[in-house]
Design a protein around this ligand. Structure first.
Ligand SMILES: [Zn+2]
Ligand SMILES: [Zn+2]
Ligand SMILES: [Zn+2]
Length: 361
């Protein structure tokens, strides 16, 4: 079995998705082992027992996959990402390649989700190498090969990543990459290393030699559309209008004038749309953080952040308009305190009675 490793931190893109996946290679390896086991098993009764148990495991895995409803995500090549496909053409091609499927959906990140009707169809789907000439670079079965991403920090630029990978204990590291940071609008290498672990549970700590490093969850930067400049989707799936990142006008960034007044089309502020202090960007970052930590969908995280912000705003309005509402709150508190004291007295009373009764017995 050969596993390709990436160069590590050489390209500018922070996205892990450009990396060569080693997960599927491992999967194939396991399959081979099982098949070999079966061949030997037919000649040996003891082996047969083992085969049974591994078959049971297989069944359990199959059951889990059934729960995931045969969903496959096709990830497209970056250069093909912006190619828009006709839904009619896509449907025709998928019907030709797979037959009737449950549904097909273009995801927010531009990739494609196909819900198949059977295991067999799902396996066929895993063989697809393009959709209407849009090249598929990776295929993922939803629910399989789950990974978790974390960051450790304090590594000088001289530290060789491959050597580091070999020496990390406390979790199975699939890939690692040096993170970059923005300084005065320029991207430079940071002291932090992004680690991708096999499995859903992120370790709290890893050890390198005798030293221990705490692992914090990795929160990817918010996804911003280069067409409409809004957060949460990419240009390939954008339904919005063209907006300039610099002045907010209805033209592309490279078509913008030189001495134009900066205006953010997301919050109205006098800054470039990507400015770190932008309220809209802060909100998008908050959504991204919630999404990562709670492992929920973008829509769920966005709803939750919106609700939280609405509550915060109404509280601010309440405390700033007049003192009356806070008085109401105060008197409300007093009532609850009174009730609490009564309740406690009641509880003490009850326990006293119980004591008396038990003493009698
Ligand atoms: Zn957009
Ligand atoms: Zn402009
Ligand atoms: Zn803004």
């Amino acid at each position: 079995m050969t596993t390709k490793e990436d160069g590590g931190g050489e390209d500018d893109d922070m996205d892990f998705d450009d990396w060569t996946s080693v997960g599927r290679g491992r999967g194939r390896g396991k399959e081979k082992v099982l098949k070999e086991g079966r061949v030997i098993g037919s000649q040996n009764s003891k082996r047969n027992l083992e085969e049974c148990s591994s078959d049971e495991e297989n069944r359990a895995v199959r059951k889990k996959v059934t729960n995931e409803e045969f969903k496959v995500i096709l990830k497209f090549r970056n250069e093909d990402m912006s190619v828009n496909l006709s839904p009619i053409q896509v449907s025709r091609e998928i019907k030709k390649k797979l037959g009737e499927v449950e549904f097909v959906k273009t995801l927010r990140d531009g990739n494609m989700l196909i819900k198949c009707k059977s295991e067999e169809q799902k396996n066929k789907c895993m063989q697809i190498d393009n959709i209407c000439k849009k090249v598929v670079r990776e295929k993922l079965i939803v629910g399989e090969n789950r990974v978790s991403r974390g960051v450790i920090t304090g590594f000088t630029l001289e530290e060789a990543l491959e050597r580091l990978k070999k020496n990390i204990q406390g979790g199975e590291v699939r890939r690692l990459k040096r993170l970059q940071k923005h300084v005065n609008g320029e991207k430079i290498e940071s002291l932090s290393i992004l680690l991708e672990f096999q499995g859903e549970v992120l370790p709290d700590k890893v050890k390198i030699g005798f030293m221990s490093f705490s692992v914090r969850p990795y929160v990817p930067p918010p996804l911003r559309c280069f067409k409409c400049q809004r957060y949460g989707h990419i240009a390939a799936v954008c339904k919005g209008k063209q907006r300039c990142a610099k002045c907010g006008g209805d033209h592309r960034y490279d078509e913008c004038g030189v001495d134009v007044q900066m205006k953010c089309c997301n919050c109205g502020g006098q800054h470039n749309v990507a400015f770190g202090g932008c309220e809209a960007r802060k909100k998008a970052a908050e959504i991204q953080q919630l999404r990562t930590i709670k492992k929920i969908t973008y829509a769920e995280a966005a709803k939750s952040v919106q609700e939280k912000r609405t509550v915060q705003k109404s509280q601010q309005v309440m405390s700033s308009t007049s003192s009356e509402p806070s008085q109401i709150l105060k008197s409300g508190m007093e009532i609850t305190m009174d009730k609490l004291i009564l309740f406690m007295a009641y509880v003490i009373n009850c326990t006293d009675q119980v004591k008396q009764k038990t003493e009698k017995i």
